[in-house]
Design a protein around this ligand. Structure first.
Ligand code: ZN
Length: 412
């Protein structure tokens, strides 16, 4: 199985290159808007759209016209990529299954002051490559890059964007996953509590970092300051760009925290089970925390990290109850938000609120994965006591069956 990974790097273009990048971003936006308006016109006439092939040949045709000479100056691979992206957006926007909106026109940065144009080059015949601390981009040349990590494979595409006052390139690379693990020796469920602490059924706990909370307070203060200034004034612009760079630094810190946490989780569990966090988040935090649903991000990042290692990631169904479930007998209890622990009314077991819901998440994941035939449980015949112990559970991937000798070895 192959996966496409995306990594962001900082770019340090010289002034001429910077002008070129701004120009190319505006070409991509211009082309997008042109192709979209052509599509709208066509739709009004005969209720059809042009998809990639027709749009690509249209780009070829307009290049010859004098008023479209700028298309010739643009990277041709990136121009085709605009058609490809619009193709995807049209298909998503018109499909009944997807919740995405119909594609919109892109606004010029001169109008919005803070420009956010981007364009994507495609690596044809090694035209995008990194040498001597610089990335070569078609028709731009060698732009200095901050390589904070090594590339894992060859580059597929490079998206250049100016974001939060800094130039960035996002590189996609194709990576082959490790062979699927035949034996899955650890399973853990992960739950998040109302204080945004992550609790795993394997004992892992990760607190939501303080610096994110502090940054949020600073953000509120800056927003208040901005609202008191006259829109468009020099002071307003200054406050706006300070706000922008704080947004950027929060986004980067948050991503860093999510990656590190996901990495730990992927290291510690062959099977990682999460709640469906969009809904769980809404139920737990009444909308407030959903906007910065960091757990959803961690779950997504864990998915690819676990799968790269040949493990299994699973999200349990939307409406499963996990809070207040006794980890010993499965009895449900109604808990108030302030109840941090409870004693089971049925069996008398004393449970910690967060830990017991992590166990409930894990159990639900376990039964889902066995029911849909992803894994089989390798039970130990030695004792029933062992079955109750979470850490000794061993599973095998159902599609790769094991010999009986291997099973004995695995559960021993
Ligand atoms: Zn109980």
């Amino acid at each position: 199985m192959k996966k496409t990974l995306r990594y962001n790097f900082r770019l340090k273009p010289n002034p001429q290159q910077e002008l070129k990048l701004i120009e190319f971003g505006s070409y991509a936006r211009g082309l997008w808007n042109f192709l979209l308006s052509e599509n709208q016109r066509q739709y009004e006439a005969d209720k059809t759209f042009s998809f990639y092939n027709e749009m690509a040949s249209k780009i070829k045709a307009i290049k010859k016209l004098p008023e479209f000479s700028w298309v010739k100056a643009f990277d041709s691979g990136a121009a085709q990529q605009v058609a490809r992206d619009l193709d995807t957006a049209l298909r998503n926007g018109t499909s009944k299954k997807s919740h995405q909106y119909f594609p919109k026109f892109k606004v010029s940065y001169r109008v919005k002051k803070q420009h956010n144009d981007s364009y994507r080059s495609v690596n044809n015949n090694n035209c995008i490559r990194i040498e001597n601390g610089a990335i070569t981009l078609p028709k731009v040349g060698a732009v200095p890059i901050v390589l904070h990590r090594n590339l894992v494979s060859s580059i597929k595409t490079a998206t250049v964007q100016y974001r939060h006052g800094k130039w960035e390139v996002s590189l996609t690379q194709e990576v082959v996953c490790d062979e699927a693990k035949r034996l899955l020796k650890s399973i853990a469920g992960y739950d998040i509590n109302s204080k945004q602490t992550i609790v795993g059924s394997n004992g892992l706990t990760v607190d939501n970092p303080k610096y994110l909370k502090q940054a949020k307070q600073k953000l509120t203060r800056l927003q208040r300051q901005l609202s008191r200034k006259k829109k468009g004034s020099a002071r307003w612009n200054k406050a706006k760009s300070r706000l922008n760079s704080l947004h950027g630094s929060i986004a980067r810190k948050r991503m860093d925290f999510a990656h590190k946490t996901a990495h730990r989780i992927a290291n510690e569990s062959d099977i990682a089970v999460f709640e469906d966090l969009n809904v769980a988040g809404m139920q737990k935090f009444n909308g407030r925390m959903v906007a910065d649903n960091i757990m959803g991000l961690i779950s997504d990042l864990t998915k690819y990290k676990v799968e790269l290692r040949g493990g299994v990631h699973h999200e349990i169904g939307r409406f499963e109850r996990t809070t207040g479930v006794c980890s010993h007998c499965g009895q449900h209890h109604k808990l108030a938000l302030k109840d941090r622990d409870f004693t089971c009314v049925s069996c008398g077991t004393f449970s910690d609120r967060d830990y017991s819901s992590a166990i409930a998440v894990q159990r639900l994941g376990e039964s889902d994965l066995m029911a849909n035939g992803t894994v089989v449980r390798l039970t130990s015949s030695t004792s029933t006591q062992q079955k109750l112990d979470v850490k000794t559970k061993v599973f095998a991937l159902a599609k790769l069956s094991l010999g009986s000798e291997e099973i004995e070895k695995a559960v021993a």
